[in-house]
Design a binder for this molecule. Structure first.
Ligand SMILES: Nc1ncnc2c1ncn2[C@@H]1O[C@H](COP(=O)(O)OP(=O)(O)OP(=O)(O)O)[C@@H](O)[C@H]1O
Ligand SMILES: [Mg+2]
Length: 368
């Protein structure tokens, strides 16, 4: 915040009164309050009163902050230290972690002084750190299993299978499969990164959804034939234009139809339907929709909110056995975020699932 000429002059000349100070404190979005040497709160801004739910002025500090680390920091400062810091967690509807900065207030020789406390919400920083370290741990874990299968294969080929052509063919097959899995994992990680980098920029090109869906289906034809699960496409006449990135949307439908083929019953049909909806939660206007329906495993309801997380699988061994990296739906989610779209999941265990992509039909935002 920048002080205007009047406030600046008042500050320099020491003429600032309590009203000016309250105005300045209320302009801050983070909770701030002042305590005197009796540990009484002498001033609190609106953000602090909102956080602690009511009038704070006149109350003892321990009635607002009960956390011993924060109270210790205040004691240190009131006993002469210039500043001190503590990290506290507060429970509420959402658990929040704050860094509490306590700074000594010296009001001149005859005034009594005190301390100013500022609370800075660091929950999102801690969350990002946690996500980063979970991500590294997950990637390492995912790479370790194909790598150990590859080293096991090499060892066997050099030893036990050295003179056994049949075993050599078998082990080379396993090694090829594992190497392909590592390749897919790296490709998926790169896709995820490139989508994330562009996530804030909404695509502005007009694309034909019908052609994109047809292309995704064509790419999965071999898989559909091999598993004897035909893919049926139902759509209105016409081209179904939306704003989007052709390659990214192809990847969305590829990942969803691939899942439908992987997790459905043998000899069942996968149905892809292009349609429209007037209203979708989270979207301002009507949407063009593409629904992918399968008859298969289904997803137990408690897993649905988490399936778009990276590496989250309902049945890890089943996904791995099918060569999955657990990144397919995370990529879908990021691409749809970039398109300002939504993914709706409807599923019933042992019946089947419908994944519906909703893309807004509104015009592109005009750049100035
Ligand atoms: N149509 C579906 N039916 C049942 N379960 C599904 C379906 N789609 C996804 N899932 C579940 O959600 C999990 C996450 O899916 P996601 O596509 O992200 O990963 P994956 O299919 O395991 O691997 P990848 O897509 O990288 O090959 C899957 O492991 C599976 O358990
Ligand atoms: Mg998948």
């Amino acid at each position: 915040m920048r002080s205007g000429p009047t406030t600046g002059a008042k500050l320099r000349s020491g003429l600032m009164n309590d009203d000016d100070l309250t105005t300045i404190l209320n302009a801050l979005t983070e909770p701030v309050f002042l305590v005197n040497t009796d540990r009484r709160i002498t001033m609190a801004n609106v953000a602090a009163e909102e956080l602690f739910g009511g009038e704070l002025t006149g109350r003892n500090l321990v009635h607002a902050i009960r956390h011993p680390d924060a109270l210790d920091s205040v004691e240190e400062v009131l006993h002469g230290k210039t500043r001190s810091e503590a990290v506290i967690s507060m429970s509420g509807p959402v658990r929040t972690t704050y860094k509490v900065s306590v700074v000594r207030l010296d009001n001149g020789e005859d005034a009594e002084g005190g301390a100013v406390l500022g609370l800075h919400d660091i929950s999102h920083v801690l969350e990002a750190e946690q996500m980063r370290s979970d991500f590294v741990a997950n990637v390492s874990h995912e790479l370790r299993s194909p790598l150990s299968a590859l080293s096991g294969g090499i060892e066997t080929l050099q030893g036990a299978a050295r003179n056994d052509p049949e075993a050599q063919v078998r082990f080379l097959g396993i090694m090829e499969h594992e190497a392909a899995r590592m390749n897919r994992l790296i490709d998926d990680l790169l896709s995820l990164t490139s989508v994330e980098v562009n996530e804030r920029v909404r695509p502005s090109g007009k694309v034909n959804l019908r052609a994109i869906v047809e292309r995704a289906i064509a790419a999965l034809e071999t898989q559909s034939k091999a598993s004897k699960k035909p893919i049926r496409l139902e759509m209105p006449n016409g081209e179904c234009a939306v704003l989007g990135d052709e390659d990214e949307l192809t990847q969305v439908f590829h990942n969803l139809i691939d899942n439908a083929l992987k997790y459905s019953r043998d000899n069942s049909e996968v149905i892809v339907t292009i349609g429209e909806r007037d209203q979708v939660t989270g979207l301002a206007g009507p949407a063009t929709t593409v629904a992918v329906t399968d008859q298969g495993d289904g997803i137990p309801v408690e897993h649905i909110p988490r399936i778009t997380e990276r590496f989250y699988r309902v049945d890890t061994s089943r996904s791995r056995e099918k060569g999955g990296t657990g990144l397919g739906l995370a990529i879908v989610k990021h691409i749809l975020n970039r398109h300002r779209g939504r993914l709706l999941v409807d599923s019933e265990k042992d019946v089947g699932s419908t994944f519906t992509v909703c893309l807004p039909q509104d015009a592109p935002a005009q750049s100035p």
